[in-house]
Design a protein around this ligand. Structure first.
Ligand code: 13P
Ligand code: SF4
Length: 367
């Protein structure tokens, strides 16, 4: 165990002192509308310790939009959706990257920065989509659909990326699928593992799509009836949804886009009343940045994202656990599809206003 920052923190809370107060009062201003003072006194000592230690050891924290407000606003050096975080990882000159997000995001950072130490504060911070597909599954799909390019969502393991032609995220999926079809001169693209994202992309393009029976366990729980009920109870509400939701949910929404796409929509349009059909912390973080917008709050928690907490981030910086280790050969193979995605000159974010029926050619599964 490396010796960084003294003894690893094992106690359940650190004391709120005058020194802590002086170091964190300016950060409390950012979240005071959402975090009551008694709760802040629990977070602040960790925030002060994390921010001190980060500087000492040249570490950065990449925080996904689903992190809780005290992480997102007070210790994250860069915040955003999966694509933005991957781009920040590729650019950083820090020695250590702490991923305040889930394991596939930390793997992406390691693949892009193999010489850096990449840490995930909790190894159980997984993802139902990443867990649904293996590299062996992809090899079988390639045999079944020879010549069709393989586009995988970044919510996949390094083994899967190593079998991939080009990666995509929810913010660029339509553009990546069309690019892959052109490059491979194919009318069919394998877009895996999220069957709902695949259907929502199919509704935006003439390309035939083969997908996989994977789903995000957070977004697949939303229904079109939920949206109708929200509209009935909140006349005039603007509904924004993530494209991992089933297509009938997207059809009921006013706008669908990545986590940052939704956040930008609110920033630009300043709707009077909005609901974000996605993970719960999104609304908290977007609400803090848009104090004049009223939020309707039905949401689903991601149990994996919620495993990342301030005490675990501090412990991770102190102990260098849990380091993400990936076989060098897999890193080499997995880097190309991520870099191809990042090199695409994307002129617009993928939006999912269905223009055709959301129908795919096949939904494959392991037999
Ligand atoms: P974004 O790329 O939109 O941030 O999505 C990542 C994710 O895991 C959503 O569930
Ligand atoms: Fe995976 Fe869904 Fe959680 Fe995102 S919200 S990390 S897709 S389980």
């Amino acid at each position: 165990m490396a010796d960084f920052g003294g003894e690893p923190t094992t106690q359940t809370s650190l004391p709120y002192t005058d020194v802590v107060k002086a170091k964190t009062d300016h950060l409390y201003e950012k979240v005071a509308a959402f975090i009551p003072e008694f709760e802040w006194r629990l977070h602040a000592p960790y925030i002060a310790a994390i921010n001190d230690l980060k500087k000492q050891i040249n570490a950065v924290i990449l925080a996904h939009n689903y992190m809780t407000p005290e992480i997102f606003n007070c210790v994250g050096d860069f915040a955003g959706d999966s694509l933005q975080l991957a781009k920040e990882a590729a650019k950083t000159d820090a020695d250590i990257i702490v991923q305040a997000g889930v394991h596939f995001m930390a793997e992406t950072s390691k693949i892009l920065c193999p010489d850096k130490t990449v840490l995930i504060p909790d190894m159980e911070a997984g993802c139902s989509l990443a867990a649904s597909l293996t590299g062996a599954d992809v090899r079988l799909l390639k045999q079944r659909y020879p010549g069709a390019p393989v586009v995988t969502y970044v919510n996949t393991t390094a083994d899967v990326k190593a079998e991939t032609d080009i990666c995509c995220t929810s913010s660029n999926a339509v553009e990546v699928v069309e690019h892959a079809a052109r490059e491979f001169n194919s009318d069919t693209v394998i877009l895996i593992p999220d069957q709902y994202l695949a259907k929502n992309v199919a509704a935006m393009t003439d390309i035939k799509i083969v997908t996989w029976a994977g789903a995000c366990e957070v977004h697949e729980r939303f229904t079109a009836d939920d949206i109708r009920e929200i509209r009935d109870g909140n006349p005039g509400v603007i509904v924004l949804a993530h494209p991992e939701c089933p297509p009938d949910v997207i059809a009921e929404a006013d706008f669908a886009g990545s986590t940052s796409g939704m956040s930008n929509y609110v920033k630009v349009n300043q709707p009077e009343h909005v609901v974000l059909i996605t993970e719960c912390s999104m609304s908290d973080n977007v609400a803090l940045e848009n104090p004049n917008v009223k939020f309707v709050r039905p949401c689903n928690l991601c149990p994996y994202m919620k495993r990342i907490t301030l005490p675990k981030i501090l412990r991770s910086l102190q102990t260098m656990e849990h380091e993400v280790i990936i076989d060098a050969e897999i890193i080499e193979k997995a880097r190309a599809p991520i870099e191809r995605m990042m090199a695409l000159p994307l002129t617009r974010q993928s939006m999912y206003a269905h223009e055709r029926p959301p129908e795919v050619m096949a939904i494959e599964t392991r037999v």
